[in-house]
Design a protein around this ligand. Structure first.
Ligand code: SF4
Length: 402
C-alpha cells in the first residue's frame, strides 16, 4: 500500500513565519502548474506500473498539502483526483486529506471536494486570538475560521483536523488555553499542536531569530516570545486538556479521537513507502527486491516545474533534484527516530524483519541510558519515549544518529 503526497505551492499571501515551499500566484500560473502536475502523476503512475509488471500500485492514503490546496476550484480538485485515479488504484477506504485555509472555501466548494473523493480536511487555524493571527500574518480571523469549520461540517466532513500553534509572539499561557478550549468546543476528530519554530529566511527570523541584528530588533519588538517556562506550561496544558477531552496523544504533536489517527502521517513515522508529487515533494520508495530504499525530492522551482514537457520520456528523471539510495545505517536510524515520535514507539518485530538485526543489538546502550533516566520505556514488543522523554525528543533522537 502506498501513500501519495501532492504538493500545491500556492497561498493567498505568505505568512510571516512560513518557510514552506509556497507563494502567491496568478490564475494562469496555477493552471500551468496543475497541468504539469497531471503530467507528472501520469508519468509516475506509468513508471510504477511497469515496475510492478503492469499492475497498478494500490494507494490507501492521499494527502494534498501546501501551500493552500483549498485555493483549487471545484473543477481543478475534481480533475486532479481524476488523474490520480487513472494513474493509481485508489483503495475504496483510502484516507484522502486536503489542507484548507479559512476564508478560501464555501460550503458549495467543500461539497464538490467531497464528491471528488476528499474525505478528510486539515484546517490551518493556529490561534483563536485575532491579535496573534494578525501578527502571524494569517489571512483570516477566528470568526472566519469558525465559518469554514461550520461549512465543512455542513458539507458532511466527519474527519477534520485543526492545526494550532504555541510559543507565538505575544501569546500568554492564558491566551493559549483559550485557543485549546475554543478548539475543543468544536470536537474536531484530530488536533495537531505544534510549537512555533523561528526559521531562517522568514520575516520572523529577522525579528525574533538569533542574529545580532535580530537580537537588537527583538528587544524592540512589540510582542515578545513567551519564556521557556511559559512554553513548558503550554505543552503541559496541551497534554492535560486534550487528554481529558479523550484525545490520544499518538505522536509528539498529534492528538486524535478514537479511530481518527492520520493514516497518511503514520506512514512517514512507520517508514512505509510514500510517493511525493509536485514541487519539493519527497518520496521514500523501495528501489528493488533486495530491499534498498531511496529518498527522492522533486525540484523546488515552480516555474521550471510548470514548463516540463511530459511527452519527453526523460522528464521524469529530470524532475527530481535529489535521488539518494539510503545506506543500511541511515535506514535503521530513520526507523528509530521516526518510530520514537509515536506513542507506540518502534515495533521491534518490524525492525528485525527489515534489517535482520534486533533493535537492542544496534541501540541497546542508548535505550538502557534513557530508560534509566525515565525518558524511555521498553518491553518485549516496543521501545517508546515516555512523556518526559517526548519533552526532549530532539535531544534523545540525536543519540540514535551516527
Ligand atoms: S498558509 Fe501555510 S503554507 Fe501558506 S504561507 Fe501560511 S503557513 Fe505558509
Amino acid at each position: 500500500m502506498l501513500g501519495l503526497y501532492i504538493h500545491i505551492p500556492f497561498c493567498v499571501r505568505k505568512c510571516r513565519y512560513c518557510d514552506f515551499l509556497s507563494a502567491p500566484a496568478c490564475d494562469s500560473e496555477r493552471e500551468a502548474y496543475l497541468k504539469s502536475l497531471h503530467g507528472q502523476i501520469k508519468a509516475i503512475g506509468e513508471r510504477l506500473r511497469q515496475k510492478k509488471s503492469g499492475k497498478h500500485y494500490i494507494v490507501d492514503s492521499i494527502f494534498i498539502g501546501g501551500g493552500t490546496p483549498s485555493l483549487l476550484s471545484s473543477d481543478q480538485m475534481q480533475a486532479l483526483m481524476d488523474v490520480v485515479r487513472e494513474s493509481f488504484y485508489v483503495a475504496d477506504d483510502a484516507e484522502i486529506t486536503a489542507e484548507c485555509n479559512p476564508g478560501t472555501v464555501t460550503r458549495k466548494k467543500l461539497c464538490a471536494y467531497k464528491r471528488a473523493g476528499i474525505n478528510r480536511l486539515s484546517i490551518g487555524l493556529q490561534s483563536a486570538d485575532n491579535e496573534e493571527l494578525a501578527l502571524l500574518g494569517r489571512i483570516h480571523t477566528w470568526e472566519e475560521f469558525l465559518d469554514t469549520f461550520k461549512a465543512a461540517r455542513n458539507a458532511c466532513f466527519t474527519n477534520i483536523n485543526i492545526d494550532i500553534m504555541s510559543a507565538l509572539p505575544g501569546q500568554t499561557v492564558l491566551s493559549y488555553q483559550n485557543t485549546l478550549t475554543s478548539v475543543l468546543a468544536l470536537h474536531p476528530e484530530h488536533i495537531s499542536a505544534y510549537s512555533l519554530i523561528i526559521e531562517e529566511g522568514t520575516p520572523f527570523f529577522d525579528e525574533y531569530g538569533e542574529t545580532d541584528c535580530a537580537k537588537k530588533k527583538k528587544k524592540d519588538a512589540a510582542k515578545l516570545l513567551p519564556s521557556e517556562d511559559e512554553v513548558v506550561q503550554m505543552d503541559e496544558l496541551t497534554w492535560k486538556l486534550l487528554g481529558e477531552a479523550g484525545y490520544e496523544h499518538y505522536e509528539i504533536s498529534n492528538y486524535a479521537l478514537p479511530e481518527s489517527v492520520c493514516r497518511h502521517n503514520l506512514k512517514y513515522w512507520h517508514c512505509e513507502e510514500y510517493l511525493g508529487v509536485g514541487t519539493g515533494a519527497a518520496s521514500y520508495m523501495k528501489t528493488n527486491s533486495s530491499g534498498d530504499y531511496c529518498r527522492l525530492k522533486v525540484i523546488t522551482d515552480t516555474k521550471a516545474f510548470s514548463e516540463i514537457d511530459w511527452n519527453d520520456p526523460l522528464s521524469l528523471d529530470k524532475c527530481f533534484a535529489e535521488c539518494d539510495i539510503l545506506s543500511l545505517q541511515e535506514q535503521m536510524e530513520e526507523m528509530a527516530f521516526l518510530g520514537l515520535r509515536t506513542k507506540e514507539g518502534v515495533r521491534l518485530s518490524s525492525f528485525y524483519e527489515r534489517f535482520g538485526k534486533s533493535f537492542n543489538e544496534v541501540y541497546g546502550e542508548v535505550v538502557k541510558k534513557y530508560t534509566a533516566m525515565g525518558m524511555m520505556k521498553a518491553d518485549e514488543t516496543h521501545v517508546a519515549l515516555t512523556l518526559k522523554g517526548m519533552e526532549v525528543a530532539n535531544w534523545i533522537m540525536a543519540d540514535f544518529c551516527g
